[in-house]
Design a protein around this ligand. Structure first.
Ligand code: G3P
Ligand code: MG
Length: 250
């Protein structure tokens, strides 16, 4: 099976729901709960700067409205991405991928970069994010894991920086999922946890791929998945799940 240098417990969007998602503040909260691996969503500003944001639009997490990817980074960098969450985080900025890389590398944290392109920018986002990741993690023992729901983004990342590990994200088990993961040279598949079962894990492990799930916030479900031999769990519940190795977790 492919060697797996990543911690088993991965904090979703930084620290899930305890701090504004996809901000440096969220990463600090996750790290404060003992997490050493993080997932975040990355897309491109209009001038090509990779930055963290889950949604296509700015509506939910900033005071602005409209498609985030249509704004240059100079504008995005000025936005308040914390007040929507709570007063304690008022003024928290949107981070660049560069800023999050600096935080992770300085603290020895692993990163799962979910390539979350603005519609129509699937390939370009995969290319730019892969080149940025290769530059930022040059010479590091543990590279970031690049994941995406968009096969086109993963294909572009594969072409740009084939040495970086990739994972296919799945919200359904479409007929072609396994062949797609293999064609994209993925080292892992990350499914909605409700899709994961013994058969899927066996199929992946037999082919040498790792099996991960998102977003597990229920202790019973985590226990079941651990018993099945899951390789990684992405969670919001950083305050409830101690990020211990899988052998001792649950
Ligand atoms: O990367 C796993 C998970 O983050 C995928 O769902 O919508 O939270 O980005 P979403
Ligand atoms: Mg995500």
């Amino acid at each position: 099976m492919t060697p797996w240098p990543y911690p088993s417990w991965i904090a979703h969007r930084g620290a899930g729901k305890l701090a504004p998602e996809n901000t440096l503040a969220a990463f600090r909260v996750g790290a404060g709960h003992g997490y050493h691996a993080f997932e975040c969503d990355v897309k491109l500003a209009a001038d090509g700067v990779p930055f963290l944001l889950h949604d296509s639009t700015l509506d939910r997490t900033t005071p602005e409205r409209g498609i985030a990817g249509e704004r240059p980074w100079a504008e995005l960098s000025q936005l308040d991405a914390g007040s929507w969450h709570s007063r304690a985080y008022a003024g928290e900025p949107i981070p660049t991928l560069d800023a999050i890389a600096a935080f992770c590398l300085s603290n020895g944290h692993a990163l799962n970069i979910e390539i979350k392109p603005t519609e129509g920018q699937e390939a370009q986002t995969g290319t730019v994010v892969a080149h940025a990741a290769a530059r930022l993690w040059a010479g590091q023992a543990v590279p970031p894991l690049l994941s995406s729901f968009q096969a086109e983004s993963l294909a572009a990342a594969q072409l740009a920086e084939p040495q970086l590990p990739r994972a296919l994200l799945l919200e359904s088990l479409r007929a072609s999922w396994f062949d797609e993961a293999q064609a994209l040279g993925c080292v892992a598949v990350v499914t909605d946890h409700r899709l994961m079962d013994a058969a899927v894990i066996a199929r992946l492990h037999t082919a040498g791929l790792r099996a991960l799930v998102y977003t597990v916030n229920d202790a019973e479900r985590a226990k079941q998945l651990l018993a099945l031999g899951i390789d990684g769990l992405i969670t919001d519940a950083v305050d409830r799940f101690a990020p211990t190795p899988l052998t001792t977790a649950a």
